[in-house]
Design a protein around this ligand. Structure first.
Ligand SMILES: NC(=O)c1ccc[n+]([C@@H]2O[C@H](COP(=O)([O-])OP(=O)(O)OC[C@H]3O[C@@H](n4cnc5c(N)ncnc54)[C@H](OP(=O)(O)O)[C@@H]3O)[C@@H](O)[C@H]2O)c1
Length: 281
């Protein structure tokens, strides 16, 4: 049951996802009342259910983590990606506005085409080159259209202890004798814990509403990222660099999706080191 009307209540969509599982306890530790929802309790594609649940809770903030997140599959299932990431976000945004809630929408570096060679700023022109990025951009547009109080938070190359991600995939494949990773896509690895902390900071500091880039500081490519993972794990491998032309994926990725984070998150290597230390403990 959703009984509270406390201004410090936050409602989280997609709470059972990789980000949600770190973000919810961190908000609780800060003293917020956290209403965790996922597909089984709040299907964002169900307009009447979204309105009913949000109206019951009347949260001060909705942290909208739910999404269709399989970048390659989205090429074949673009309609499903649109229904969840665009129309689902329409529903969440309208309900947020109707209940005077501030919406925090999780978006992605894949809204950019990667043709820049200096870090993307929040107001740079978007031009997604894959279906996932397009559906997330449509979600951003819904937030801007329906909400007067919102934060669009773009993140990238996310990893966390509670989900499938690149760090865990690398570790699981460490003894592969033909391990090749692309070195021609630049971006910013981001730990879910650092991202959650940055979202809490946005809210606590009552930052101006708008678009923010919440990604790890610095930049790297996937090959260098993998090298650093094995370095911190102290694992010897046969890791080799390759190009995107050699490692064909269904969805095209931007060559360069580095975002400027305004020093909101620490350097990606420091975060990765701590992630690995906690993982090994
Ligand atoms: N992972 C990344 O590298 C990355 C990068 C940039 C931005 N983001 C964004 O950050 C957010 C969190 O990412 P994540 O990695 O934590 O994703 P995730 O682990 O895939 O979690 C997403 C959650 O949303 C749920 N969901 C799917 N359809 C739903 C629906 N119709 N109604 C309610 N919930 C639904 C999923 O449930 P099921 O698993 O049961 O489908 C899952 O629990 C997403 O919005 C994503 O687009 C992620």
């Amino acid at each position: 049951m959703y009984l509270t009307n406390n201004q410090q209540t936050i409602l989280v969509t997609g709470a059972k996802g990789m980000l949600g599982r770190d973000l919810c306890p961190m908000f609780e530790d800060e003293g917020y009342i956290v209403i965790e929802t996922d597909k089984d309790t709040l299907d964002i594609t169900n307009e009447s259910q979204v309105l009913e649940v949000v109206s019951d809770v009347k949260p001060a903030y909705i942290i909208h983590c739910a999404g269709y997140t399989n970048v390659d599959k989205a090429e074949d299932e673009s309609e499903t990606a649109e229904i969840i990431n665009a129309h689902g976000t329409d529903n969440v945004a309208k309900s947020a506005e109707a209940n005077n809630s501030c919406l925090v929408y999780l978006s992605t570096d894949y809204v950019f085409d990667g043709t820049k060679n200096v870090p993307y700023e929040p107001n740079d022109i978007t031009n997604p080159i894959n279906k996932y990025g397009l559906s997330k951009l449509h979600g951003e547009e819904a937030v801007k259209k329906f909400c007067s109080k919102y934060y669009i938070t773009r993140t990238s190359w996310l990893y966390g202890h509670h989900g499938k991600n690149f760090v865990e995939t690398m570790i699981a494949n460490a003894d592969n004798t033909n391990l090749k990773v692309v070195n021609d896509q630049q971006g910013c690895p981001t730990w879910t814990v650092d991202l959650s902390k940055a979202i809490i900071d946005l809210i606590e500091n009552k930052e101006e509403y708008g678009i923010y880039h919440l990604c790890g500081g610095g930049q790297t490519n996937w090959y260098e990222f993998a090298k650093e993972i094995f370095n911190f794990c102290d694992i010897k491998t046969n890791l080799q660099p390759c190009s995107s032309n050699e490692y064909i994926q269904k969805a095209q990725r931007p060559k360069y999706s580095v975002m400027s984070n305004d020093n909101r998150l620490r350097d990606w290597k420091l975060a990765l080191k701590e992630y690995i230390e906690l993982r090994i403990e």
